[in-house]
Design a protein around this ligand. Sequence first.
Ligand code: UDP
Length: 240
Amino acid sequence: SKPRYKWQRVLLKVSGEALAGDNTQTIDPKITMSIAREVASVTRLGVEVAIVVGGGNIFRGASWAGSSGLDRSSADYIGMLATVMNAIFLQATMESIGIPTRVQTAFRMSEVAEPYIRRRAVRHLEKGRVVIFAAGTGNPFFTTDTAAALRCAEINAEVVLKATNVDGVFDDDPRVNPNARLLESLSYQDVTSKDLSVMDMTAITLCQENNIPVVVFNLNKTGNISKAIVGDKVGTLISG
Ligand code: UDP
C-alpha cells in the first residue's frame, strides 16, 4: 500500500560537516543516532529512504589538492574514501536500532560494502531497507551533492533533501547578518543566477534538468529530518 505522504521515495543528503556537528571529533554519534531514529520513524510509515553521505568532515579533495604535490584526482579519491567511513558509521548506527541498511559504493570495495547496482538499490528500497550510497559518483572533480542529484534521478526518487547546519537558504549570511531572511521557496534560476551557495552548479543543474526539487533544511533541530521526509514544510524548497 502506498503511503499517504507527499513523497514515496526520497534521497537524503547528509554532508560530512553535518555529521560532525560542533564536536571536535570527526563524527558526533549523537547526530548519527538522531538521524537513525528519525529515518526509522518514517520508514515505518512506508516512505523509502536512500542516503548519500558526504566526507567533508574527514577530507575535502579540493582544499588538499596542490599541497605536498597532491594532484586533484588523488585528493578526490581520498575524499571519496572518507565518505565510505561515514557511510559505515551511519549504517552501523542504523542497524543498532534495527533498521536494515545496505551500503553501496560507487567503486568496488566488496569486502566492505556492495557495489552500486541501480536495480539492486531499488529492490532494497522496495523491501523497506535504507540504502546508503558512498564514494560519491566514483569520479574525481565531482561532489557528493552531485552524487545525490545523480542517484536521485537514477532510482527515481522524488526529491533531494539536503540536510545542513543552517535553517535553509537565506538572502544573506545568517552567521554574519542577524537580519538575514530565510527564503521559503526559490527557483533553480534564482539559485544559479544569484550564485546562492546551496549546491555546486553541476548538482543544481542536474536537479533542474530532471525536475528534481531540493529541500534545504537544518538537521540539528529534532523532528526536521522526519518532517522533510514526509513532505511537511521545512527549510527552503527549490523547484521549477
Ligand atoms: N568526491 C569526489 N567525487 C564525488 C564525490 C566526492 O571526488 O563524486 C570527493 C571530493 O574530494 C570531496 C570529498 O570527496 O571534497 C568529500 O565529498 P564532499 O566535499 O561532497 O562532502 P560534503 O561537503 O558533503 O561533506
